[in-house]
Design a protein around this ligand. Sequence first.
Ligand SMILES: [Zn+2]
Length: 249
Amino acid sequence: MRGEGIVLRVRNMGEADRVVTIYTAHYGKIRAVARGARRVRNRLLSPTQVFTHGRYLVFPGKGLHTISQAEIVNSYQEFRDDLEKMAYASYITELLDSFTEEELPSQELFMLLIAAFSLGTHGRFALAARAFEVRLMQELGYAPQLHHCLGCGSAVQENLRFSPEGGVVCPRCAPRYRELLPLSNGTWELMKRLTEWDVSRFGILHPSPVALGELERIMRNYIDFRLDYPLKSLEFLETVKAMPKDGSD
Ligand SMILES: [Zn+2]
């Protein structure tokens, strides 16, 4: 197996090895051992760090595959140096890891991950996280219903609420639902763009903090509804976001 990928997760094995989970462009998520990768002068040391975008040559094995060669395309060093960026990148990679099986190829998910990391390098992880959530659910076949009411099927226009069960609910049907979340028109428009646009265009979106906050609550509920166990990175992200920032924002 040869090609590009991004390291989602790294765990140590034995004295100097690493087991690396990589989301590849052509094979989907793979797990492979990088022998000796924790030794200082090992050529696999840098390309097998978490969040690294690299080119990998992997020999298939019965249990674990083995990485034989690797080179860095983009190290994303800033995601490991900055606590908030690390928290966001950890959340995105854990989300992808949790929702995908090994060796089910998806070029779309790989491109989505690249797009989210690219937004992150421009200091736009808040948008990147929301875009990643919306688009990941869509690619996995859990696209929220945004154009027709979940209850009556009528085309919806405004005064909508959102049900974590799967989409928008019109004002007439709202009383029949429990746990509905607010959905302003701005947030609704943002969700539609995130589901319809090419991922490479997300950078031109500039949603208001209110819309991003509303979408965050919506997607948190929507994802938790479909997740078997809580995400470890989420608590870390919440803690980091709550920390006072010095000076700049
Ligand atoms: Zn309705």
